[in-house]
Design a protein. Structure first.
Length: 156
């Protein structure tokens, strides 16, 4: 996979492919307007993993904010045709790498309690469940607040 796909910033031209993935994987998907707003925010990163041959096949994407001393991963999704290849983990690690390069202190995200595959993926990458956010999602479902600390606390 490494030689066949590359990561790059998303553009509005990528929205149809992003929305196809979004609508196929999430029960309450983001809209085109929400993705456009993220692309335009100076503190937001919207990255797509595309094929090197045509740069048209979007295998997955990640949306994250880098603000103050934190990185907040908002959205990670992989096209159903490209699941099981480690792309979700790769996209998550890319956000963590961005945060490390900026010397941020932590990376965090929310994930549906029912999304066991995503919880396991994030734990494999190095996140841990910090606490539960009750009724976090529009449908009333709870979320796990997961975090990864990038710096060790000073001990005196």
């Amino acid at each position: 996979m490494e030689s066949n796909f590359s990561i790059r910033p998303a553009t509005e031209d990528d929205l149809p492919a992003i929305l196809e993935i979004e609508n196929s994987v999430y029960p309450i998907p983001w809209t085109a307007e929400q993705f456009k707003a993220e692309i335009e925010k100076p503190f937001a990163n919207v990255l797509v993993l595309t094929d090197d041959d045509t740069d048209q096949i979007v295998a997955g994407y990640v949306v994250f904010w880098m603000m103050f001393d934190e990185c907040h991963i908002l959205n990670v999704a992989v096209h159903p045709n490209w699941r099981g290849l480690g792309i979700g983990g790769k996209l998550t690690r890319i956000a963590v790498d961005f945060a490390l390069k900026k010397e941020l202190k932590r990376v965090f995200l929310e994930v549906r309690k029912s999304n066991e595959a995503a919880v396991k993926l994030y734990q494999k990458v190095g996140f841990f469940i910090d606490h539960i956010k009750p009724r976090f999602y529009d449908n009333g479902e709870d979320a796990y607040f997961m975090v990864m600390y990038l710096t060790r606390p000073n001990h005196f």
